[in-house]
Ligand binder design. Structure first.
Ligand code: FMN
Length: 187
C-alpha cells in the first residue's frame, strides 16, 4: 500500500474484496491476446531464487473439450482410488474441520442439493472434473525434483495480485490435480 497512490490502493482493495470462486461458466472464449496479457502479468510473481518453476499449459478452442472429456472419463474410471502427486491432507481438526464442512454445506445449498442427498452431491462434486463448464483450463506443473518449494511458488503464482483480475472469475481446481493419469516414477 502506498500513500502516494490512494486510488490504486482503493482499486486493489476493491478487486480483492470482490474475488470469489466461480463454479459455473459461460462457454465464451477469452480472446487470445487478453490471455497472453494476463499470463504475462502473472509471470511477475516472486519465486524461490527466481526459479519461476511453473510450466503452464492453457487450453483453448477444441483443446478444452478434449481435455474435459479425457479428465471426466479418467475420473470415472479411477473412482475413489485417488493417486495425487501431492498427498491429501491427513485430517482436518477443530476450526479447520468446521470451516471445511460449512463451505461444503454452503455450496450444496447454493446449488439446491439437499443435505443427505448423496447422489446429487456426488453429481455436483463431479463437476470438478468437467471443469465447471469453463471455456479454458490452465494446467500448471512443476518439476518433481523441486518438491514443496516449487509447489509453494506456484501457489503464489496463481494468487498473486496481478492475477486478481483473472482470479475474480476463476477457480483453482484440486479435483483435476487429484486425478493424474497412472505413470511410472520416471515419466
Ligand atoms: C489451492 C486451492 C484449491 C482449490 N480446489 C478447489 C476444488 O477442487 N474445487 C472447488 O470447488 N473449489 C476449490 N477451491 C476453492 C475454495 O473452495 C474456495 O476458495 C473457498 O471455499 C473460499 O471461497 P471463495 O474463493 O469464493 O472466497 C480451491 C481453492 C484453492 C486455494
Amino acid at each position: 500500500m502506498t500513500a502516494r497512490h490512494p486510488e490504486l490502493d482503493q482499486l486493489l482493495e476493491g478487486l480483492v474484496a470482490e474475488r470469489w470462486s466461480c463454479r459455473a461458466y459461460r462457454g465464451d472464449q477469452v480472446p487470445h491476446d487478453k490471455m497472453v496479457r494476463l499470463l504475462t502479468l502473472a509471470q511477475r510473481a516472486p519465486s524461490w531464487c527466481n526459479t519461476q518453476p511453473w510450466e503452464v499449459i492453457v487450453t483453448e478452442g477444441e483443446g478444452i473439450e478434449r481435455f474435459r472429456t479425457a479428465l471426466a472419463s479418467h475420473a470415472k474410471e479411477q473412482g475413489s482410488d485417488l493417486t495425487p502427486d501431492i498427498p491429501m491432507p491427513q485430517q482436518y481438526k477443530g476450526v479447520h474441520l468446521e470451516r471445511r464442512r460449512e463451505s461444503g454445506w454452503q455450496l450444496y445449498e447454493a446449488v439446491g442439493v439437499a443435505r443427505g442427498d448423496r447422489g446429487a452431491s456426488a453429481r455436483q462434486a463431479f463437476k470438478n472434473f468437467e471443469l465447471f463448464g469453463a471455456p479454458h483450463a490452465a494446467v500448471i506443473t512443476v518439476d518433481v525434483d523441486q518438491g514443496p518449494y516449487a509447489v509453494l511458488d506456484t501457489g503464489v503464482y496463481v494468487a498473486k495480485p496481478p492475477l486478481t483480475k483473472v482470479c475474480l472469475f476463476t477457480l483453482p481446481n484440486t479435483g483435476a490435480a487429484m486425478t493424474r493419469p497412472a505413470r511410472t516414477a520416471n515419466s
